[in-house]
Each structure stands twice: as structure tokens, then as C-alpha cells.
Design a protein around this ligand. Structure first.
Ligand code: LLP
Length: 413
């Protein structure tokens, strides 16, 4: 719908990707406003009249313009740092619309969260609970919390993005949760509001989600029997998208598995990838076509610095030409790599493409964990981010400059 090939040209909404590459150069991220809004609304509508709250996970893509568009639709935000807190507020959110996740919130971040009036802090350990209570006491505030529990289920995803197994650092082991809730309920400056879990990311089967949700519901019911009434159950994020040949459940199917949650609990969720993943592409140009005895390499101007997912998770991103190939293009099976001085610096292996120097390509599904994981390694400025809205093109973040790369540094006296 928002990304179409017409006569060999990639259109993003009504705008040819080549026009954006001409104007802003490559590498460059491009996002579709229509796709973003449709994705968020798909979640919202799937709940019908059921009380729910979508906290978009800022870590997937924290661009202010995108956050602001989601805020205008009524989204809340899941944040994991003081930086993301500041971004969400700058994008228009109020503190009450935020949920603060993460295993290592610092003293300063918890203080910042209480000052902003964050709606819920998802606590992940005993010392965090005690630290939060002490800070709240000092400030004369009551901190609203959920405990993030670790339900010990195998989410069947890449080990680096599995979070709900007992050996992972995340959450409170579910069998210790009752005792910790009882302790939390006795603390002077803590108000228990809910329970949270998040078992992993890029989940493509429902069974582990259903399993985790049922364990968490059991816990909520057990807490009620002990006189601790929760108002919400936060099921986290994690729904996968199609990068290659995965068959993730639809949002509607996913939301149906949440229907076992008793009506008296509000359902909170924290989707990231499934809101922004297919909203964006990364445009890149081929600098060199290099043939070695072993390989055809296409050396691109984008690298692991702009899209680290292939290097870090062996992730697949589709690669498409954004305009017809030149007659001089060489059809071959290419490894697409970047200029960064690491063998791990690759974008895609073994792709059948017709390429020549200057060919411009799009790496698809780069909206989530693309820019947000970008780095300045090899002193590479981070690319611009462009939003397409119908026929309009808006530069929502300009390309970083070389001066900005050195800002804040000083010579020793
Ligand atoms: N809530 C919590 C507590 C999380 O840790 C995460 C993601 C989310 C929500 C959002 O999950 P999503 O709906 O996006 O799956 N960089 C990796 C993904 C890391 C996910 C970390 N936590 C990647 O590029 O695949």
C-alpha cells in the first residue's frame, strides 16, 4: 500500500524514492506517514470496546516527528531511559502517558521519572523497588508501579532478543513475584498498579505469548486472593513482522489471544517493531562493484552503522532497486557490504541483482531498530530521516554534520 513498484520505480506513497535520493543523498531513511498511522490504528481497532492502552516502544524508532504523529493518534509510550523520557515529552506526551521499562534504571532516571509524573514504572528487581521507594519518599511522592515478571517461557526467537527465559537478565522470576508484591504493598511510597511481562521480540508464533499471558493472569488472580488488586496487565511488545518468509500472527489474532484476560484488568501493550518496522526503508547507493575470485561484492554507502540488524542477528532485509537497472549493470549474486572496517559489516548476503556503480537500492523494513541503533563508528555522520505524507516530503531529521561529530570534545591542556 505505501511502498509500491511501478514501472521498476519504488514509490513511497506518491513520491519516487529516487526523487528523495536525488534531493537528500544516500544513505537516507524514508518513512511513510500513512503506513505508520494505519499500523497504530490496526492495533487500536482490534481491541474494539475493550479497555486498552497502547504504549509504543520508543526504542524501535524515537524520531520526534513519528512520536508526535503517534501521540496525536492517542498513543502512549514505553520508554527505557532518561533520554527516551525526554524525547517522549518533547514529542508532546504527558508523563502520565508513559511507562518506564528497563532492567537498570539509574537514580537520576528514576528521579526524572517521578518528576515527570510517569504513569507506571515497571520494576525489575528488589533493589530497584527499594531505590524507587527511597527516592519517592525523599520527594514526598507515591510511585505507581508494576512488577515486570519473567514467566520463563521460550519465545522461539533469536537468542539476543529473547527476554522471558529464566536465564535472561529481565524481570522478576514469576514464582518470587507474590512475595515481592506483598513487600511492595507494605512500602510507604509505592502504589501497586499492575503486572508486566515481555518475553521477546520478533515473535512469530502465538503459543509462547498465550502461555506467558496465562501465567501472568494466574498471578494477577493469586494476588487478588491475597488482597492485592491490580488495575492493569501489561503484555509487553514483541509481535513479529515479515522480513523474508516468516508467518507472524496478525495483530487481530494476537489481540484475540489477549481476550482471556479478565475484563476488570485494563490491557496495556508495548509494541515497537510491529508499529514502525514496515514504515521505513533505508536508501543506499552502490559505490563499487568489486569482483574477487570468491565473490561479487556490491560495496554500498550504507553500512552496519545504519542497519546493524544483519551483523548482530543475521537478520534478513529485502533489497530492491529503486529505479530500473542500467543496461551496463552486471547481473550476479552479490554480497552487499558497507565501507566499515569490519567483516561483520554486511547488509545482505547472496542476493541476485543487476548492479552497476551508482545503482540505488532500498533496504526494506528498516523502520524499526534502524536509525535507533545507528552509530557514528568510523566517524560516519548519521543519515537524514525523511517522512513522506502523500505527495509531501518532510525532512524530519537532517543529516548529521562533521562538526556535530566532534561537538563536545576538547584537547588536553
Ligand atoms: N517492551 C519491552 C520491555 C522491550 O524490551 C521491547 C523490546 C519492547 C517492548 C518492544 O518490542 P517489539 O514490539 O519492538 O518487538 N534490536 C532488536 C530488537 C530489540 C528489542 C528489545 N526490546 C532487533 O532489531 O531485532
Amino acid at each position: 500500500m505505501s511502498f509500491n513498484h511501478v514501472d521498476g520505480r519504488l514509490l513511497i506513497e506518491a513520491v519516487p524514492a529516487s526523487a528523495i535520493a536525488d534531493r537528500f543523498g544516500t544513505p537516507c531513511y524514508v518513512y511513510s506517514r500513512a503506513r505508520l498511522e494505519a499500523n497504530w490504528r490496526t492495533y487500536d481497532r482490534a481491541f474494539g470496546a475493550r479497555r486498552h492502552r497502547i504504549h509504543y516502544a520508543v526504542k524501535a524508532n524515537g524520531n520526534l516527528a513519528l512520536l508526535n504523529l503517534l501521540h496525536r493518534l492517542g498513543s502512549g509510550f514505553d520508554i527505557v531511559s532518561g533520554g527516551e523520557l525526554a524525547r517522549a515529552i518533547a514529542a508532546g506526551a504527558s508523563g502520565a502517558e508513559l511507562v518506564f521499562s528497563g532492567v537498570g534504571k539509574s537514580q537520576a532516571e528514576l528521579t526524572q521519572a517521578l518528576a515527570a509524573g510517569v504513569g507506571c514504572i515497571n520494576v525489575e528487581s528488589v533493589p530497584e523497588l527499594e531505590r524507587l521507594n527511597a527516592i519517592a519518599q525523599n520527594r514526598g511522592q507515591i510511585a505507581p508501579i508494576a512488577l515486570r515478571v519473567n514467566p520463563d517461557v521460550d519465545p522461539k526467537t533469536h537468542p539476543y532478543i529473547s527476554t522471558g527465559l529464566e536465564q535472561n537478565k529481565f524481570g522478576i522470576p514469576i514464582r518470587e513475584a507474590l512475595a515481592l508484591y506483598q513487600r511492595a504493598a507494605r512500602l510507604s511510597n509505592i502504589a501497586v498498579r499492575g503486572v508486566a511481562c515481555h518475553i521477546g521480540s520478533q515473535l512469530t508464533t502465538l503459543a509462547p505469548i498465550a502461555d506467558a499471558v496465562s501465567r501472568v493472569v494466574d498471578l494477577a488472580l493469586e494476588l487478588e486472593r491475597h488482597g492485592i488488586a491490580l488495575s492493569h496487565i501489561d503484555v509487553g511488545g514483541g509481535l513479529g513482522i515479515v522480513y523474508q518468509d516468516e508467518t507472524p500472527p496478525s495483530v487481530a489474532e494476537y489481540v484475540r489471544t489477549l481476550s482471556d484476560i479478565p475484563e476488570r484488568f485494563d490491557i496495556h501493550l508495548e509494541p515497537g517493531r510491529s508499529i514502525v518496522g514496515d514504515v521505513g526503508v533505508l536508501l543506499t547507493s552502490v559505490e563499487y562493484v568489486k569482483q574477487t575470485p570468491a565473490k561479487h561484492f556490491a560495496i554500498c554507502d550504507a553500512a552496519m552503522t545504519e542497519l546493524i540488524r544483519p551483523a548482530l542477528y543475521q537478520a534478513w532485509h529485502d533489497v530492491v532497486l529503486i529505479e530500473p537497472a542500467l543496461p551496463s549493470a552486471l547481473a550476479a549474486t552479490y554480497d552487499l557490504v558497507g565501507p566499515v572496517c569490519e567483516t561483520a559489516d554486511f547488509l545482505a548476503y547472496g542476493r541476485a541483482l543487476a548492479l552497476s556503480p551508482g545503482t540505488r537500492l532500498a533496504l526494506m523494513n528498516a523502520g524499526a531498530y534502524g536509525f535507533s541503533m545507528a552509530s557514528n563508528y568510523n566517524a560516519r555522520p548519521r543519515p537524514p530521516e525523511i517522512l513522506v505524507d502523500g505527495a509531501n516530503v518532510i525532512e524530519i531529521r537532517r543529516r548529521e554534520t562533521l562538526v556535530e561529530l566532534m561537538t563536545g570534545e576538547a584537547m588536553a591542556p
